[in-house]
Ligand binder design. Sequence first.
Ligand code: 48F
Length: 259
Amino acid sequence: MSLEWRISKLIWEYTSKDWVENIIKNDVTIVGAGPSGLTASKYLAEKGLKTVIVEKKLSFGGGIGGGGMLLHKVVVGEEAKQILDEMNIKAVKADERLYVVDTYELMTKLAYNAIEAGAKIVYGLQVDDVIYRENPPRITGVVVMWSAIPLSGLHVDPLFIESKAVVDATGHEAEVISIVSKKNPSLNISVRGERSAYAELAEKLVVDYTGKIIPGLYATGMSVAAIYNLPRMGPIFGGMLLSGKKIAEIIYNDIKKAQ
Ligand code: 48F
């Protein structure tokens, strides 16, 4: 057997097994590997829920890597210091309530903690619709396509991932909930877009409003701001981490209740 054949065979075999056993039917699909999605996935996976992050790019971290205007430090409020500690992320106390964190350490350790807890990240995969059921209305999964396909303009039908919960962690565009709102007007979900910057208020409200949208569909991170027309906060990340942790608790309780 040639080495080339063995390389291909092993990759097909092991990837297919992983998709069939762990990905196409899971407990929670998180759409987006930014700070809120990665945080949510760590806390869900460590509770034993089969958690899959679908990320349309070939990298994790979302808006973290760009830091503040490409400067490689970001700020985290003291409310989220406990999460940094739980993930062993170093933070310098810079004033009475703000910590400074290195962007590369933040994105790498958020992903590391998620993977260590048992979550799976699938790159280059884009969610372009959801699976919808009526009576009562609920979301039971996502419709996925390799990100390269829409870019190529080829007409290819997508495939499905079935989940007990789907989380929109897609950031400023709230991509999943925008699609649900457009395709299912009877649900009366609107994505109003975020408001101008008001960091103090934004950090609090994004956590307060984090929650369930309809059964099976949840929002975390900046998608919450887009849905509820909340202000933006810029490169301060405590709200994202707290929002991710909060949605993990809500979903865990919902799934437990349904069992
Ligand atoms: O934008 P992003 O970092 O979202 P977040 O977790 O955090 C926002 C902050 O980074 C920052 C901020 C607050 O501090 O204002 O911007 O709310 O990460 C979203 C991720 O989702 C992916 C996208 O590539 C990014 O990595 N994504 C977006 N739409 C899709 C998607 C989609 N349809 N399918 C798969 N991935």
